[in-house]
Design a protein around this ligand. Structure first.
Ligand SMILES: *[C@@H]1O[C@H](CO)[C@@H](O)[C@H](O)[C@H]1NC(C)=O
Ligand SMILES: *[C@@H]1O[C@H](CO)[C@@H](O)[C@H](O)[C@H]1NC(C)=O
Length: 373
């Protein structure tokens, strides 16, 4: 009896020791192994994690109170805390990649991927130009292509092919083509000639061409985020075009053409001409719509005002340096005039990662990462 007891005690101590050694030495063994080799991010301010800090742009967020709930403080993320891409990275077991424009993003730091996203940028090159410089979608693709040569120096051709095919491309574009282009016809006169359906097709033609370019240089797993309910963001509510208690329906209607087209594009890309690749559509519109229709279910009580902003709906002027943000950030859907809070980003990322096909079509990001080519 005594011997057995001692053995059990010994076993218990050994198991505990092994457990702690694993946690300390191999945090991934406990947290979950990385499910992709790298993440390459293309997008706008919903994904930017500091690129605009380095360029001549008015669209920046590297000042307090941005980052007030983030352990590294203000970084150029347009959130009180983490953004959507950070949280998606956490779920995939990887550290979300560093910003392209940061000079320290070089050498081995490229290996986990790079974030090319730029606030105010769009699918169209001219989108967001009244904010100053930005990297539009086409430039982000070129920047990725030019960095591929660095990776070629670090890996053999065969290894690079495998590495790219095990990487995920996260693409978050389209919001600015509406709020900082199509919906500002006095500043963007060339878009004025298109009706909403034609404009969505214009965007989708550019988008498809750039996706093919990324496929042609070796990326194989694509998450394409649809546009959220822009008619409900504080910036649009502040225009006074919404019936009280409602969103600007017209805005939500016109971006529906883009979202429907992007979902069709996913089918087209998956059904022909792109062997060994999978494209998935993230239904951001449905996810944010669910939150706005049922805020209490998610613990939110304020959905018609930014937590940090000035004027009507705290959305006429977005979050400026040293504006005092709301105190109860966990109750807010929107952080500033344009962007959701970290808690909303968490819900969006979870739904993209593990949601049903109504959230992420035709499969979710977890399944996308697991496909064995
Ligand atoms: C990535 O490409 C850009 C543009 O060509 C270049 O300036 C930068 O040095 C590259 N970075 C790395 C790490 O290759
Ligand atoms: C390719 O990858 C294998 C396995 O990771 C490694 O042993 C080999 O050195 C790599 N080859 C080159 C040229 O990078």
């Amino acid at each position: 009896m005594v011997i057995i007891f001692d053995r059990q005690l010994l076993l218990f101590v050994v198991v505990k020791l092994v457990f702690w050694v694993l946690i300390i030495e191999y945090p991934n063994a406990v947290k979950g192994l990385p499910q992709v080799s790298a993440m390459f991010v293309f997008g706008d301010s919903l994904a930017d994690n500091g690129n605009n800090n380095y360029i001549n742009s008015m669209a920046r967020s590297n000042y307090y109170p941005y980052g007030c709930d983030y352990n590294r403080g203000p970084t150029g993320r347009f959130s009180n805390g983490k953004n959507f891409v950070d949280i998606l990275g956490d779920l995939l077991g990887i550290v979300a990649p560093p910003p392209f424009a940061d000079p320290s993003t070089s050498g081995a730091r490229l290996l986990g991927g790079v974030n090319y996203a730029s606030a105010a940028a769009g699918i169209l090159d001219e989108t967001g130009q009244h904010y100053g410089d930005r990297y539009p979608m086409s430039q982000q693709v070129l920047n990725f292509e030019s960095n591929l040569s660095q990776l070629r120096n670090m890996m053999s051709g065969q290894n690079l092919t495998k590495y790219l095919s095990k990487s995920i491309a996260v693409v978050v574009f389209g919001s600015n083509d509406y709020i900082n282009n199509y919906l500002l016809p006095s500043l963007y006169t060339s878009s004025y000639n298109y009706n909403p359906s034609q404009f969505a097709n214009l965007l989708l033609n550019h988008y498809a061409r750039l996706l093919v370019a990324l496929y042609n240089v070796g990326l194989r797993r694509f998450f394409l985020a649809g546009i959220g309910a822009l008619g409900c963001i504080p910036n649009q509510l502040a225009t006074g075009q919404a019936t009280p208690g409602r969103c600007v329906d017209y805005v939500n209607q016109i971006l529906g053409f883009f979202n429907e087209g992007l979902r069709r594009l996913v089918d087209i890309m998956n059904n022909g001409g792109h062997p060994g690749a999978m494209f998935v559509y993230g239904n951001s519109y449905a996810a944010i719509g669910d939150i706005l229709n049922n805020p209490a279910r998610y613990g939110f009580s304020v959905w018609d005002r930014g937590c940090c902003g000035i004027g009507r709906n705290q959305g006429q002027i977005t979050c400026l340096p040293f504006v005092t943000p709301c105190f109860n950030r966990k109750q807010y859907v929107f952080w500033d005039a344009f962007h959701p809070t970290e808690d909303v980003c968490t819900i969006l990322a979870q739904r993209a990662y593990s949601g049903p096909p109504s959230d992420c079509y035709p499969m979710n990001v977890q399944q996308l990462a697991l496909i064995n080519y």
